[in-house]
Design a protein around this ligand. Sequence first.
Ligand SMILES: N[C@@H](CCC(=O)N[C@@H](CSC=O)C(=O)NCC(=O)O)C(=O)O
Length: 279
Amino acid sequence: MLKELEKKKVFSGYQYRYQHDSQVLKCSMVFTLFLPKLDNKQTIPLIWWLSGLTCDDQNFATKGGFQAYAQANQQAIVIPDTSPRGEGVPDDDAYDLGQGASFYLDASQEPWSQNYLMYTYLSQELPELVKSLIPNFSGQEAIMGHSMGGYGALMLALRQPERFQSVSAFAPITNPSQVEWGKKAFSNYLGDNHHQWQTYDPIYLLDQEKVPPMLITQGTADEFYPNQLTEEAFLSAANQHNHQVTYNKEEAYDHSYYTIASFIGQHLAFHHDHLRDNI
Ligand SMILES: N[C@@H](CCC(=O)N[C@@H](CSC=O)C(=O)NCC(=O)O)C(=O)O
């Protein structure tokens, strides 16, 4: 059952917060959906935002600063939670594993595999529900995210290039198999089968003919940049496969939502251009 928890008018549109029972994740889930006030009878696309470690749907909803741009561009924005939730759902004391840290994949290892099926949730159950809530949905989708969520956006877009028209990311974990956050998550959720790791690592997913256009923003003062978020291997693999990535390094910006709010207008304009091109 779908329950409306909150409805706020913002920049002429409405931002809703909903709760529903997920069959896939076997728990109750919350998500936020921004619907712009329609300028005319046109149809509107849906853009997914995936947040980072420790977040839920509220971080981007309250600090992302996206609503005025989404209203002007006539874009619906959905913000899922970052993992299954609740007392019966496995968790860990660390901030980078368990609740708030799903890495948006389908876990194959116990105890995680009972609930941690975020890839299926974001590919099947939630899209069906969200699309039913957008009165003038155009059928077009794009995806973006931050850090773990930037990784999730790249991974989902590269696994489903027919579904997403464009993808963008702030400070994404581009090569999770090689950095501490990713290695910890993949070994817990997927075990030690490194072939399975590669099916969720954006670098290996670049090995295909056609992928959605990509935009990445990385602040140079980001405290996680040197160890978790390096871009060289990803950009070199993209270049090798002739895929275009716009990679913007922004001087003195850090890992916080201040950076996201500063460049979210640019990201939504990027999606607007590509979604418009494909009408
Ligand atoms: N040690 C920190 C780490 C948590 C953190 O910085 N989370 C980022 C995302 S990191 C990559 O996925 C975040 O978005 N935090 C929420 C926010 O509103 O800034 C800690 O536990 O705080």
